[in-house]
Design a protein around this ligand. Structure first.
Ligand code: GUN
Ligand code: ZN
Length: 466
């Protein structure tokens, strides 16, 4: 059992953060929040209140205090990341999507059938994302079953909550001969093997869950896509894919599937648009496609860093929200260079400003800009909604699970100065007069993993910064 004491910050609504000061949260042996107390005189009063309320003995709890200048924040949710591409993060040259896949991506992914190489790439990806506060990751692995199952094993042993997708790609049009499923049926059979494996290692899918993963329409036959949709109907498992990322890709979909009226419409016809579906990108979707996504309750993973790296375009988050679509953030490593959701959140803020600069009407221009509160919502509760875990993670409420990070911005010294020369607090230089809103904004725009001291998943300490 755990007791966390100090200041807690989390999203209350999409627009507002809630700050709990002189507060405490008690975590039970299952990793769930058992009680929350706030606004005490001091931390020893909070502790006494929590112990009294729950009838717990002080000896049975492990106490973590956030010092002045530190706060607890929900763990980040990465709704779209290719663990298999982690070794290529930062390497994308001048490519755009289709030539990037051919030049950089397919060769790396294919090479991970070597399990010792897969282990190196996957374990580093998990370690690094955990250290940046990502407590839940929605992963694409590769077509190789053994390597995909290894990724699931590693997430479980290292303690990262994860959705692990064995990638389905059977089309002979898009995929190279050295890296594709032999047939739609083969791809489905391989997917089933990963589902069976994950059920063996984590029977309730409590920490690791399989996710059905048709790579994207150009890589898949209609038969493969319809087969995965059928598997979803039988199992209720979530689905992830890419949609409308890049103009060349959209043209290719129109060529390969001339009978479908749109990219999104094609997925719908195959039965892939469900409330458990996460569609990465959706940069160039039409009004009708956005309406269809909203109608079906499917989610969008916004990957701003990737969309800029691969010059895909600028997704319109405010517009998707206006349509009623749930949106989360994805790093999309290695389309995106960064494995950090904090970086994705600031890039989301920047991309929304680029979208704004293209709008003439002043009121609308102001409206499309995303605020600090909004991008941090995308990084936590918004992402949790996308992956169907909004009742478990993304915020601090009784009954939710303790997926969180302890953030430090420096500790106040005797002079009341928050910056400590001897300590390594990253790029966040505090002066002591900042409001809590200022502090959070400085963390968002100047912070990095040096500010993430400790990370927990389901109450288990999974990372601690030395
Ligand atoms: N579309 C199909 N495959 C991929 C991929 O690996 N990354 C990105 N960004 N888009 C894709
Ligand atoms: Zn992707």
């Amino acid at each position: 059992k755990l007791l966390l004491l100090g200041t807690f910050v989390h999203s209350k609504t999409r627009q507002d953060l809630d700050f709990l000061h002189k507060a405490g949260i008690a975590i039970d042996a299952q990793g769930k929040i058992a009680a929350i107390e706030r606004d005490a005189q001091d931390l020893s009063e909070v502790k006494a209140r929590l112990l009294g309320k729950l009838g717990w003995d002080e000896a049975e709890v492990d106490v973590t205090e956030a010092a002045e200048g530190q706060f607890f924040f929900p763990g980040f949710v990465d709704t779209h990341i290719h663990a298999s591409q982690y070794a290529n993060a930062g390497i994308f040259g001048k490519s755009s999507l289709l030539d990037w896949l051919e030049t950089y991506t397919f060769p790396l992914e294919a090479s991970l059938k070597d399990l010792s190489k897969a282990r190196r790439v996957y374990s580093r990806c998990i370690r690094r994302t955990l250290s940046h506060g990502t407590t839940t990751a929605t992963y694409f692995a590769t077509i190789d079953v053994a390597a995909t199952n290894l990724l699931a094993d590693l997430c479980l042993s290292m303690g990262q909550r994860a959705f692990v997708g064995r990638v389905c790609m059977d089309s002979t049009d898009m995929n190279p001969a050295y890296y594709r499923d032999a047939s739609a049926a083969d791809g489905l059979e391989a997917t089933q093997q990963t589902i069976d494996h994950v059920r063996r290692i984590d029977p309730g899918f409590d920490v690791v869950s399989p996710i059905l993963t048709p790579r994207f329409a150009p890589s898949c036959s209609s038969e493969a896509m319809a087969g995965l949709a059928e598997l979803h109907r039988q199992t209720g498992l979530p689905i992830q894919t890419h949609v409308s990322e890049n103009p060349g890709e959209i043209q290719l979909v129109a060529q390969l599937f001339p009978e479908s009226d749109s990219y999104t419409g094609l997925y719908d016809k195959c039965g892939l648009l469900t409330p458990r579906t996460v569609l990465a990108h959706a940069v160039h979707i039409s009004e009708e496609e956005a309406d269809l996504i909203a109608l079906k309750g499917s989610k969008v993973s916004h990957c701003p860093c990737s969309n800029t790296c691969l010059t895909s375009g600028s997704a319109r988050v405010r517009w998707m929200w206006d349509k009623g679509i749930d949106v989360g953030l994805g790093t999309d490593v290695s389309g995106g260079y960064s494995h950090s959701i904090l970086e994705a959140a600031r890039q989301a803020a920047m991309v929304s400003r680029h979208v704004a600069m293209g709008i003439e009407q002043e009121k609308e221009r102001e409206r499309v800009k995303l605020t600090v509160e909004e991008v941090l919502y995308l990084a936590t509760r918004g992402g949790a909604r996308c992956v169907g875990l909004e009742d478990k993670i993304g915020g601090f409420e009784v009954g939710m699970e303790w997926d969180a990070q302890l953030v430090t911005l420096g500790e106040v010294n005797d002079e009341g100065d928050v910056h400590d020369e001897d300590d390594d607090h990253g790029f966040v230089d505090m002066f002591g007069w900042e409001t809590w809103d200022d502090r959070v904004a400085k963390w968002l725009f100047n912070g990095d993993d040096r500010n993430t001291k400790k990370v927990w998943v389901k109450g288990r300490l999974v990372h601690r910064r030395k």
